[in-house]
Design a protein around this ligand. Sequence first.
Ligand SMILES: Cc1cc2nc3c(=O)[nH]c(=O)nc-3n(C[C@H](O)[C@H](O)[C@H](O)COP(=O)(O)O)c2cc1C
Length: 300
Amino acid sequence: MVNILGFTFKNPVIIASGPGGNGKELSNYIDLNRLGGFTAKTVTLKERPGNPPPRIVNVKAGIINSIGLQNPGIDKFIKEDLPFLESLNTNIILSIGGDTKSEYLSLIERLNDSKAVFFELNLSCPNVSKHNTNLEHDSDAIYELVKEAKKISKKPIFIKLGSNLFLEKIVKRAIDAGVDGVSLINSSKGLKVDIKKKRLILKRGIGGFSGPAIKPIALAAIFNIKRKFKHLPIIGMGGIFDYKDALEFIMIGANLIAIGSGVMADPEIPIKIAHDLENYFKNDSYEKTIGCALEGFYDR
Ligand SMILES: Cc1cc2nc3c(=O)[nH]c(=O)nc-3n(C[C@H](O)[C@H](O)[C@H](O)COP(=O)(O)O)c2cc1C
């Protein structure tokens, strides 16, 4: 059992936003109710068709995706996806995305009365903006967004960030605005060249790089945040493929751990991790394990 902001999770394992879609397909392969939670794919106000194919490229130690926030838009999501998510016997986190503050706020209003436990504001999708920049680089904009979101939201607000150079400053501003937690990290940036065609493989050139290669980057990002903001709840993700990966995230300060690319490699991975962690925590306290590897570092 895991308690976070007054909500109980059966175990610390959740599905990260994206690779699990909105749950229906994945539920054909695994019992989602065995997990601590499920994060829905980022939804936007209007439907988004996503980027042109190819959308996924395999590289050593990970994948590069160029999905581009494909989603049905909020109306269809509420009609066709939310009822299934709400029927699950696990915690639901709703991920929302937008181009402007008012889009995020409208989405919160539309989803405020859902059964979800948290909102996760996706501020860091590497696949959507024209110049491969996004809101996560603008700490003033994040401050304003979180402040407004907190005024209207009936649920705790997490913000999802990448491994940004100014991560600590951004998180500090978000905390000042009242943010409840952070999700770290979104996919990093990656690129692959087709050397036969002498061309970039993805139509946008750069895509979101995820999987085993980003695990140390994710751990470093969480480490930097946890040592500065000891009590801030953290959902950790980036290259978690087994319970030992998950333990590293918990020991560095993650309260929950999310599986993204791992689900695409093998849908059973989250269940295996939940099972293995349950065994591990028979002999060790989950609460005391959170951040234990940082003992002695806080004060430096
Ligand atoms: C195919 C794919 C789609 C994704 N879509 C989203 C998304 O819609 N919203 C989001 O916040 N993150 C999205 N992500 C990022 C993941 O949630 C996660 O943060 C990232 O992939 C790192 O974790 P991993 O290495 O376990 O995949 C996506 C990742 C992949 C691979």
